[in-house]
Design a protein. Structure first.
Lengths: 228, 228
DNA sequence: CGGCGCATGATTGTGAACAATCATTCCTTA
DNA sequence: TAAGGAATGATTGTTCACAATCATGCGCCG
């Protein structure tokens, strides 16, 4: 038997994870309602656990909870999208720097392995997997940076980025730059900090520029103040 | 009647807020057990709501949840403390910059009002209020920055900072620098970005330096690998 | 014919009882 | 006497039933 206590995830963490995966793979589109009963029978668990998972996801910002109305997949505004990328541009250079400082062979191997999976999915033309794996690449980097607060935040921002891509990406563009992840890892392996940071910033800018974040957004009007 | 829908907080948000306040005021020390039944009768609510509030606080990192054992106020390690300050040094300069760009008269007034409350608490020798208000000053700044992701993260990091102060502060030192907040606000009012950022960084460094984060920490030993 | 309001069904929110798990204490035994 | 182990009490985790709330559709009235 397994004498070593392996930290197995709780039921609710599992449920939250599966929902997050579905969102990252664009199977659950933004704004969709997540009815508790439906999810409960889909996951073969009680409604209570689903409810817990939904509150967790709400704290992470991936779903929005309207009192007495239920849970919906979040649908970030254009403004939100801009702030999100601004935040990532703030964090990820530091992530890259810390990974260069800390990463040993094992960590570099994990990065390589992940990139291999990305290439595989690209070859198979599995767009859904590509988008999810692209997000997870940044989450992996953040984890390897060793800063738990940054890592936790990136675990929230990356799924949200996938949502934003679902909302604002022009469908036909490849969306995910072919080799930018590889080049970042190569710079990290060479411990070339300046290049790695620069590549990361360009990568983020590139992803944001692909989106149609035009200013003619549907402004959410403050109907209260409008006629005050 | 109040025709304007005021977004009233849910019960569980209220409970979580009261617990957070207690932690920030050092009334709930790190590591203390938060038994559901006790809290339920203290707040005059059912255990279900307390349970929800605790999972929310766990997601925020302020309490730690051990399965089948209950909830405990978090007690961050020295390593955690260092990473926390590193993260704040990364975020708060950007916060200051954005506040300088965005803040109008109303926002500056709110900052001034907050500092007045801090001075008041200091005058009354209310150390608990001083610590809480000092944390809330940074949360207010983050909110005024207009970036919801940074603001949300600061809403988690500031209570944690209060916990770290409870753990590692030498009790007799004043702990909270007298006038550093005031000088930051003054620089913001003058729109002197360089000075404001510099003051913020010095402030954070100052707070961290006051702590006894010596390296002879109680290393949490990996008993699994130790005898492998 | 269109709009308002009420009844109805569906969904969320809450509480309480029950089951499962853990910590403590006491007893047994070597 | 100390170690091991089982009973006990306390606490967490789960389920289920019920209450509260919201959305839908129908009918009534202007």
């Amino acid at each position: 038997m397994n004498t070593i206590a392996k930290s197995e995830k709780s039921d609710i963490a599992l449920i939250a994870e599966r929902i997050t995966n579905a969102v990252m793979e664009h199977r659950l589109p933004p704004g969709v309602k997540l009815a508790e009963e439906r999810l409960a029978e889909a996951f073969k668990v009680s409604r209570t656990k689903v409810r817990h998972a939904l509150t967790v996801l709400a704290k992470e910002g991936l779903v929005t909870l309207y009192p007495n109305r239920g849970a919906f997949v979040a649908s970030p505004s254009v403004q939100d999208a801009r702030e999100l990328f601004a935040t990532r541009r703030l964090l990820e250079p530091e992530v890259v720097r810390k990974v260069i400082d800390r990463a040993g062979k094992a960590e570099l191997r994990r990065l390589r392995a992940h990139i291999a999976k990305e290439a595989e999915a690209r070859l198979a033309n599995d767009r859904r997997a590509v988008i999810k794996l692209s997000g997870e690449f940044h989450m992996l980097l953040a984890k390897l940076s060793g800063n738990p607060y940054i890592s936790k935040l990136m675990d929230e921002l990356c799924p949200l980025t996938c949502l934003i891509i679902a909302l604002y990406d022009s469908p036909q563009t490849p969306a995910c730059p072919e080799d930018e992840h590889i080049r970042i890892v190569e710079a990290i392996e060479l411990k070339d900090e300046a290049t790695a940071v620069s590549l990361m910033l360009h990568h983020l800018q590139h992803v944001e520029n692909e989106l149609k974040l035009s200013v003619d957004e549907k402004v959410d009007i403050d109907w209260e103040k409008m006629f005050a």
